[in-house]
Design a protein around this ligand. Structure first.
Ligand SMILES: [Zn+2]
Length: 120
């Protein structure tokens, strides 16, 4: 995965990670017969439900060490059902070209990211 905008536009620090959403269940204390409940203060976190905050228009939401957030387009390579590799942008195929090995696809994804940085 290659970030098209890898550094914070505000302070210049690199992205330290993607801003993700993790679902959880905020537990109640024991429910009374009349349905009255109180929060217990404990949340059970469902790590299997963790998702990055993708937005098709802007790419992925990332954050620097100073907690500034920005969107970056993401270039990646994925294998296809034919065993070949394709370059994707924000999880969508870039140009439909297929590559016989991952190395070629990685090189193509680097070229794509550089091109997008130059155009920005
Ligand atoms: Zn920053």
């Amino acid at each position: 995965m290659i970030l098209v905008t890898p550094r914070c536009p505000e302070c210049g620090e690199p992205a330290e990670g993607s801003v993700d959403t993790v679902p959880g269940v905020a537990l109640f204390t024991e429910a009374r017969e009349d349905g009255h409940v109180e929060y217990s203060g404990t949340t059970e976190v469902c790590w299997d439900g963790q998702t990055s905050d993708w937005r098709t228009e802007h790419g992925m939401l990332v954050q620097c060490a100073a907690a500034h957030e920005w969107y970056t387009r993401v270039v990646d390579v994925v294998s296809t059902s034919t065993g070949k590799w394709i370059v994707t942008l924000d999880n969508e195929p870039v140009d439909g070209e297929e590559y016989d090995d991952r190395k070629d696809a990685d090189a193509a994804s680097v070229r794509q990211a550089k091109k997008m940085r130059e155009e920005a």
